[in-house]
Design a protein around this ligand. Structure first.
Ligand code: 13P
Ligand code: SF4
Length: 354
Protein backbone atom coordinates (compact mmCIF):
# COMPACT_ATOMS: atom_id res chain seq x y z
CA UNK A 1 0.00 0.00 0.00
CA UNK A 2 1.37 3.41 -0.92
CA UNK A 3 1.31 6.03 1.79
CA UNK A 4 3.27 8.70 -0.07
CA UNK A 5 1.65 12.13 -0.15
CA UNK A 6 2.55 13.72 -3.47
CA UNK A 7 0.49 16.82 -2.75
CA UNK A 8 2.82 19.79 -2.48
CA UNK A 9 0.75 22.36 -0.62
CA UNK A 10 -1.07 22.04 2.67
CA UNK A 11 -3.36 25.06 2.48
CA UNK A 12 -3.63 27.07 5.68
CA UNK A 13 -7.30 27.93 5.92
CA UNK A 14 -8.35 30.61 8.37
CA UNK A 15 -11.95 30.44 9.51
CA UNK A 16 -13.98 33.66 9.55
CA UNK A 17 -15.11 35.07 12.92
CA UNK A 18 -18.19 33.42 14.38
CA UNK A 19 -21.22 35.64 13.79
CA UNK A 20 -24.46 33.89 14.64
CA UNK A 21 -27.89 35.48 14.44
CA UNK A 22 -29.53 36.42 17.74
CA UNK A 23 -33.26 37.23 17.62
CA UNK A 24 -35.89 38.18 20.15
CA UNK A 25 -38.91 35.85 20.31
CA UNK A 26 -41.05 38.50 18.56
CA UNK A 27 -38.52 38.96 15.76
CA UNK A 28 -38.28 35.20 15.31
CA UNK A 29 -42.05 34.78 15.06
CA UNK A 30 -42.42 37.68 12.62
CA UNK A 31 -39.61 36.43 10.40
CA UNK A 32 -40.92 32.88 10.35
CA UNK A 33 -44.40 34.05 9.41
CA UNK A 34 -42.99 36.17 6.57
CA UNK A 35 -40.74 33.37 5.31
CA UNK A 36 -43.54 30.79 5.37
CA UNK A 37 -45.76 33.05 3.23
CA UNK A 38 -42.94 33.70 0.75
CA UNK A 39 -42.09 30.01 0.53
CA UNK A 40 -45.69 29.18 -0.28
CA UNK A 41 -45.93 31.90 -2.95
CA UNK A 42 -42.69 30.74 -4.56
CA UNK A 43 -43.25 26.97 -4.25
CA UNK A 44 -40.09 26.66 -2.17
CA UNK A 45 -38.83 23.96 0.18
CA UNK A 46 -36.11 24.36 2.82
CA UNK A 47 -33.35 21.78 3.19
CA UNK A 48 -31.15 22.38 6.24
CA UNK A 49 -28.07 20.73 7.68
CA UNK A 50 -27.95 19.64 11.35
CA UNK A 51 -25.20 22.19 12.07
CA UNK A 52 -27.35 25.19 11.17
CA UNK A 53 -29.18 27.35 13.71
CA UNK A 54 -32.07 25.65 15.54
CA UNK A 55 -34.47 28.24 14.05
CA UNK A 56 -33.68 27.04 10.54
CA UNK A 57 -33.94 23.38 11.49
CA UNK A 58 -37.34 24.01 13.10
CA UNK A 59 -38.54 26.01 10.11
CA UNK A 60 -37.48 23.26 7.68
CA UNK A 61 -39.48 20.71 9.61
CA UNK A 62 -42.50 22.97 10.11
CA UNK A 63 -42.70 23.59 6.35
CA UNK A 64 -42.33 20.03 5.07
CA UNK A 65 -38.63 20.34 4.27
CA UNK A 66 -35.79 18.29 5.68
CA UNK A 67 -32.99 18.50 8.22
CA UNK A 68 -30.29 16.00 7.52
CA UNK A 69 -26.73 15.05 6.61
CA UNK A 70 -25.26 16.00 3.27
CA UNK A 71 -26.20 12.72 1.56
CA UNK A 72 -29.85 12.90 2.56
CA UNK A 73 -30.02 16.64 1.77
CA UNK A 74 -28.98 15.79 -1.80
CA UNK A 75 -31.44 12.91 -2.05
CA UNK A 76 -34.34 14.88 -0.57
CA UNK A 77 -33.79 17.93 -2.79
CA UNK A 78 -33.63 15.68 -5.83
CA UNK A 79 -36.86 13.86 -5.02
CA UNK A 80 -38.89 16.91 -3.92
CA UNK A 81 -41.19 18.51 -6.51
CA UNK A 82 -40.79 22.17 -5.33
CA UNK A 83 -39.61 24.66 -7.98
CA UNK A 84 -37.29 26.47 -5.56
CA UNK A 85 -34.85 24.78 -3.19
CA UNK A 86 -33.48 26.80 -0.31
CA UNK A 87 -30.34 25.19 1.04
CA UNK A 88 -29.30 26.20 4.55
CA UNK A 89 -25.81 24.84 4.98
CA UNK A 90 -22.53 25.48 3.20
CA UNK A 91 -21.88 26.26 -0.44
CA UNK A 92 -21.06 22.74 -1.61
CA UNK A 93 -24.49 21.63 -0.38
CA UNK A 94 -26.25 24.28 -2.47
CA UNK A 95 -24.08 23.38 -5.46
CA UNK A 96 -24.90 19.68 -5.08
CA UNK A 97 -28.61 20.51 -5.13
CA UNK A 98 -28.15 22.59 -8.29
CA UNK A 99 -26.05 19.88 -9.95
CA UNK A 100 -28.83 17.37 -9.39
CA UNK A 101 -31.67 19.78 -10.16
CA UNK A 102 -30.61 22.13 -12.96
CA UNK A 103 -34.21 23.04 -13.76
CA UNK A 104 -34.85 24.30 -10.22
CA UNK A 105 -33.93 27.61 -8.65
CA UNK A 106 -31.51 26.98 -5.77
CA UNK A 107 -31.06 29.76 -3.21
CA UNK A 108 -28.78 30.00 -0.19
CA UNK A 109 -29.04 32.45 2.72
CA UNK A 110 -25.31 33.35 2.39
CA UNK A 111 -23.11 32.46 -0.56
CA UNK A 112 -20.06 33.13 1.59
CA UNK A 113 -20.82 30.01 3.65
CA UNK A 114 -17.75 28.06 2.64
CA UNK A 115 -16.01 25.01 4.10
CA UNK A 116 -12.33 24.61 4.97
CA UNK A 117 -12.22 21.33 3.03
CA UNK A 118 -13.60 22.87 -0.14
CA UNK A 119 -11.22 25.85 0.22
CA UNK A 120 -8.24 23.52 0.69
CA UNK A 121 -8.82 21.80 -2.63
CA UNK A 122 -8.63 24.20 -5.60
CA UNK A 123 -9.82 22.53 -8.83
CA UNK A 124 -6.61 23.20 -10.80
CA UNK A 125 -4.41 21.61 -8.13
CA UNK A 126 -6.76 18.68 -7.82
CA UNK A 127 -6.67 18.18 -11.60
CA UNK A 128 -2.85 18.17 -11.50
CA UNK A 129 -2.98 15.56 -8.72
CA UNK A 130 -5.23 13.37 -10.89
CA UNK A 131 -3.07 13.91 -13.96
CA UNK A 132 -0.02 12.76 -12.01
CA UNK A 133 -1.72 9.45 -11.15
CA UNK A 134 -3.67 8.27 -14.20
CA UNK A 135 -3.69 4.70 -12.89
CA UNK A 136 -5.94 5.67 -9.94
CA UNK A 137 -9.65 6.33 -9.63
CA UNK A 138 -10.40 9.61 -7.86
CA UNK A 139 -12.84 9.67 -4.97
CA UNK A 140 -13.77 13.04 -3.50
CA UNK A 141 -15.71 13.95 -0.43
CA UNK A 142 -18.92 15.89 -1.06
CA UNK A 143 -17.27 18.88 0.69
CA UNK A 144 -15.71 20.06 -2.58
CA UNK A 145 -16.54 22.52 -5.36
CA UNK A 146 -18.56 21.58 -8.43
CA UNK A 147 -15.36 21.82 -10.51
CA UNK A 148 -13.56 19.27 -8.31
CA UNK A 149 -16.56 16.94 -8.47
CA UNK A 150 -16.55 17.33 -12.25
CA UNK A 151 -12.95 16.03 -12.37
CA UNK A 152 -13.58 13.16 -9.93
CA UNK A 153 -14.73 9.65 -10.74
CA UNK A 154 -16.76 9.28 -7.54
CA UNK A 155 -18.26 11.59 -4.92
CA UNK A 156 -18.89 10.23 -1.43
CA UNK A 157 -20.26 11.61 1.81
CA UNK A 158 -19.19 10.53 5.29
CA UNK A 159 -22.28 8.32 5.50
CA UNK A 160 -21.26 6.14 2.58
CA UNK A 161 -17.50 6.63 2.12
CA UNK A 162 -16.43 3.34 3.74
CA UNK A 163 -18.89 1.29 1.68
CA UNK A 164 -17.93 2.84 -1.64
CA UNK A 165 -14.19 2.60 -1.03
CA UNK A 166 -14.58 -1.00 0.14
CA UNK A 167 -16.46 -1.75 -3.08
CA UNK A 168 -13.86 -0.06 -5.30
CA UNK A 169 -10.98 -1.71 -3.42
CA UNK A 170 -12.55 -5.15 -3.94
CA UNK A 171 -12.78 -4.40 -7.63
CA UNK A 172 -9.00 -3.96 -7.59
CA UNK A 173 -8.88 -0.16 -7.96
CA UNK A 174 -6.18 2.05 -6.51
CA UNK A 175 -7.51 5.42 -5.38
CA UNK A 176 -6.83 9.12 -5.00
CA UNK A 177 -8.73 10.69 -2.14
CA UNK A 178 -9.51 14.37 -1.52
CA UNK A 179 -9.73 16.59 0.40
CA UNK A 180 -10.08 15.45 4.06
CA UNK A 181 -6.96 13.70 5.29
CA UNK A 182 -8.59 12.50 8.52
CA UNK A 183 -11.64 10.97 6.87
CA UNK A 184 -9.38 9.55 4.14
CA UNK A 185 -7.04 7.95 6.67
CA UNK A 186 -10.01 6.53 8.58
CA UNK A 187 -11.50 5.00 5.42
CA UNK A 188 -8.08 3.64 4.51
CA UNK A 189 -7.66 1.99 7.93
CA UNK A 190 -11.09 0.35 7.73
CA UNK A 191 -10.93 -0.83 4.13
CA UNK A 192 -7.21 -1.45 3.59
CA UNK A 193 -7.55 0.30 0.21
CA UNK A 194 -4.52 1.78 -1.54
CA UNK A 195 -5.25 5.52 -1.28
CA UNK A 196 -3.20 8.65 -1.84
CA UNK A 197 -4.58 11.35 0.44
CA UNK A 198 -5.00 15.07 -0.14
CA UNK A 199 -4.04 17.06 2.96
CA UNK A 200 -7.16 19.10 3.71
CA UNK A 201 -8.93 19.16 7.04
CA UNK A 202 -12.04 20.51 8.73
CA UNK A 203 -11.22 23.40 11.08
CA UNK A 204 -14.00 22.32 13.43
CA UNK A 205 -13.30 18.58 13.76
CA UNK A 206 -9.53 18.89 13.67
CA UNK A 207 -9.75 20.82 16.95
CA UNK A 208 -11.03 17.89 19.03
CA UNK A 209 -8.36 16.85 21.51
CA UNK A 210 -7.51 13.21 22.25
CA UNK A 211 -5.97 13.91 25.68
CA UNK A 212 -8.95 15.97 26.83
CA UNK A 213 -11.31 13.28 25.57
CA UNK A 214 -9.45 10.65 27.56
CA UNK A 215 -9.92 12.70 30.75
CA UNK A 216 -13.59 13.35 30.04
CA UNK A 217 -14.18 9.64 29.44
CA UNK A 218 -12.55 8.86 32.78
CA UNK A 219 -14.96 11.31 34.46
CA UNK A 220 -17.95 9.77 32.63
CA UNK A 221 -17.14 6.07 32.31
CA UNK A 222 -20.70 5.14 31.30
CA UNK A 223 -20.84 7.62 28.42
CA UNK A 224 -20.74 6.40 24.83
CA UNK A 225 -18.33 8.37 22.62
CA UNK A 226 -19.68 9.46 19.24
CA UNK A 227 -17.21 10.80 16.69
CA UNK A 228 -17.53 12.26 13.20
CA UNK A 229 -14.75 10.79 11.00
CA UNK A 230 -13.40 14.23 10.05
CA UNK A 231 -11.76 14.13 13.51
CA UNK A 232 -8.10 13.19 14.09
CA UNK A 233 -7.19 9.48 14.35
CA UNK A 234 -6.41 9.64 18.10
CA UNK A 235 -9.97 10.93 18.71
CA UNK A 236 -11.56 8.37 16.39
CA UNK A 237 -9.63 5.63 18.19
CA UNK A 238 -11.63 6.40 21.37
CA UNK A 239 -15.04 6.24 19.68
CA UNK A 240 -17.82 3.78 20.36
CA UNK A 241 -19.52 4.96 17.17
CA UNK A 242 -17.89 6.68 14.17
CA UNK A 243 -20.33 8.01 11.60
CA UNK A 244 -22.00 10.74 9.63
CA UNK A 245 -24.18 13.24 11.44
CA UNK A 246 -27.31 11.13 10.80
CA UNK A 247 -25.55 8.00 12.04
CA UNK A 248 -24.49 9.78 15.25
CA UNK A 249 -28.06 10.96 15.92
CA UNK A 250 -29.27 7.41 15.34
CA UNK A 251 -26.72 6.19 17.90
CA UNK A 252 -28.06 8.58 20.58
CA UNK A 253 -31.54 7.26 19.88
CA UNK A 254 -30.75 3.56 19.83
CA UNK A 255 -27.85 2.95 22.25
CA UNK A 256 -28.89 2.12 25.81
CA UNK A 257 -26.45 4.64 27.36
CA UNK A 258 -27.90 7.70 29.05
CA UNK A 259 -24.75 9.83 28.59
CA UNK A 260 -22.92 10.66 25.38
CA UNK A 261 -19.72 12.51 24.55
CA UNK A 262 -20.10 14.00 21.09
CA UNK A 263 -17.20 14.96 18.82
CA UNK A 264 -18.85 16.94 16.07
CA UNK A 265 -20.34 20.43 15.57
CA UNK A 266 -22.57 21.25 18.54
CA UNK A 267 -25.40 22.38 16.23
CA UNK A 268 -26.28 18.70 16.10
CA UNK A 269 -27.40 18.79 19.76
CA UNK A 270 -30.70 20.36 18.74
CA UNK A 271 -31.72 17.28 16.78
CA UNK A 272 -30.13 14.86 19.27
CA UNK A 273 -32.14 16.37 22.14
CA UNK A 274 -35.35 16.04 20.14
CA UNK A 275 -34.50 12.47 19.09
CA UNK A 276 -33.61 11.31 22.59
CA UNK A 277 -35.09 13.59 25.25
CA UNK A 278 -33.63 13.05 28.70
CA UNK A 279 -30.27 11.78 27.49
CA UNK A 280 -27.20 13.74 28.62
CA UNK A 281 -25.03 15.17 25.86
CA UNK A 282 -21.50 16.40 26.51
CA UNK A 283 -19.29 18.24 24.04
CA UNK A 284 -15.97 16.52 23.34
CA UNK A 285 -13.16 18.85 24.44
CA UNK A 286 -11.53 21.26 22.01
CA UNK A 287 -9.75 23.42 24.54
CA UNK A 288 -7.08 22.60 27.11
CA UNK A 289 -3.39 21.96 26.53
CA UNK A 290 -2.38 22.59 22.93
CA UNK A 291 -5.75 24.11 22.05
CA UNK A 292 -5.62 25.52 18.56
CA UNK A 293 -9.25 25.68 17.55
CA UNK A 294 -10.28 28.61 15.43
CA UNK A 295 -13.96 27.84 16.01
CA UNK A 296 -14.42 25.41 18.84
CA UNK A 297 -17.05 22.78 17.98
CA UNK A 298 -19.13 25.09 15.82
CA UNK A 299 -18.69 25.78 12.14
CA UNK A 300 -18.48 29.55 11.46
CA UNK A 301 -19.62 29.03 7.87
CA UNK A 302 -22.72 27.07 8.90
CA UNK A 303 -23.43 29.89 11.39
CA UNK A 304 -23.77 32.37 8.49
CA UNK A 305 -27.27 30.99 7.82
CA UNK A 306 -30.09 32.79 9.62
CA UNK A 307 -33.74 33.72 9.33
CA UNK A 308 -32.96 37.31 8.32
CA UNK A 309 -30.83 36.41 5.31
CA UNK A 310 -33.25 33.62 4.39
CA UNK A 311 -36.12 36.13 4.27
CA UNK A 312 -33.90 38.48 2.26
CA UNK A 313 -33.11 35.94 -0.48
CA UNK A 314 -36.76 35.03 -0.84
CA UNK A 315 -37.70 38.69 -1.13
CA UNK A 316 -34.96 39.63 -3.60
CA UNK A 317 -34.02 36.42 -5.42
CA UNK A 318 -30.39 37.11 -4.43
CA UNK A 319 -27.90 34.32 -3.79
CA UNK A 320 -29.05 31.97 -6.49
CA UNK A 321 -26.59 29.18 -7.29
CA UNK A 322 -25.40 29.07 -10.92
CA UNK A 323 -23.01 26.47 -12.28
CA UNK A 324 -21.42 26.32 -15.70
CA UNK A 325 -23.34 23.65 -17.65
CA UNK A 326 -20.27 21.66 -18.78
CA UNK A 327 -19.04 21.43 -15.17
CA UNK A 328 -22.50 20.65 -13.85
CA UNK A 329 -23.06 17.80 -16.30
CA UNK A 330 -19.73 16.17 -15.42
CA UNK A 331 -20.19 16.65 -11.67
CA UNK A 332 -23.62 15.08 -11.98
CA UNK A 333 -22.06 11.80 -13.16
CA UNK A 334 -19.83 11.38 -10.11
CA UNK A 335 -22.64 12.33 -7.69
CA UNK A 336 -25.10 10.08 -9.50
CA UNK A 337 -22.67 7.14 -9.12
CA UNK A 338 -22.89 7.63 -5.35
CA UNK A 339 -26.70 7.91 -5.36
CA UNK A 340 -27.04 4.84 -7.58
CA UNK A 341 -24.65 2.92 -5.34
CA UNK A 342 -26.63 3.95 -2.24
CA UNK A 343 -29.88 2.80 -3.85
CA UNK A 344 -28.39 -0.51 -5.03
CA UNK A 345 -26.85 -1.22 -1.65
CA UNK A 346 -30.12 -0.44 0.11
CA UNK A 347 -31.99 -2.75 -2.25
CA UNK A 348 -29.49 -5.56 -1.56
CA UNK A 349 -28.10 -5.51 -5.11
CA UNK A 350 -24.59 -4.86 -3.76
CA UNK A 351 -23.36 -7.14 -0.99
CA UNK A 352 -20.33 -5.86 0.89
CA UNK A 353 -20.33 -8.23 3.87
CA UNK A 354 -18.15 -7.14 6.82
P1 13P B 1 -22.35 14.92 7.10
O1 13P B 1 -22.43 14.45 5.68
O2 13P B 1 -21.99 13.84 8.06
O3 13P B 1 -23.56 15.67 7.49
O4 13P B 1 -21.10 15.92 7.19
C1 13P B 1 -21.05 17.14 6.54
C2 13P B 1 -20.06 18.01 7.16
O5 13P B 1 -19.74 19.05 6.64
C3 13P B 1 -19.48 17.60 8.41
O6 13P B 1 -18.59 18.54 8.88
FE1 SF4 C 1 -16.71 22.13 6.35
FE2 SF4 C 1 -15.98 21.44 8.77
FE3 SF4 C 1 -17.86 23.29 8.46
FE4 SF4 C 1 -18.37 20.68 7.88
S1 SF4 C 1 -17.93 21.57 9.89
S2 SF4 C 1 -18.90 22.47 6.65
S3 SF4 C 1 -16.38 20.06 7.07
S4 SF4 C 1 -15.69 23.44 7.87
Amino acid sequence: MSLAFPVPVKHAIVAPPMVEEVLSPDERTALKTRIKALMKQQDAVLVAHYYTHADLQDLAEETGGCVSDSLEMARFAHAHPAKTLIVAGVKFMGETSKILNPEKRVLMPDLGADCSLDLACPADEFAAFCDAHPDRLSVVYANTSAAVKARADWVVTSGIAVKIVKYLHRQGHKLLWAPDRHLGAYVQRITGADMLLWQGSCVVHEAFKAEGLKKLRAEHPAAAVLVHPESPAAVIAQADVVGSTTQLIEAVKTLPNTEFIVATDNGIFHKMRAAAPGKILLEAPTAGEGATCQSCAHCPWMAMNGLKNLAHVLETGDNEIHIDEAIRAKARLSIQRMLDFAAAEKAGRIQLGD
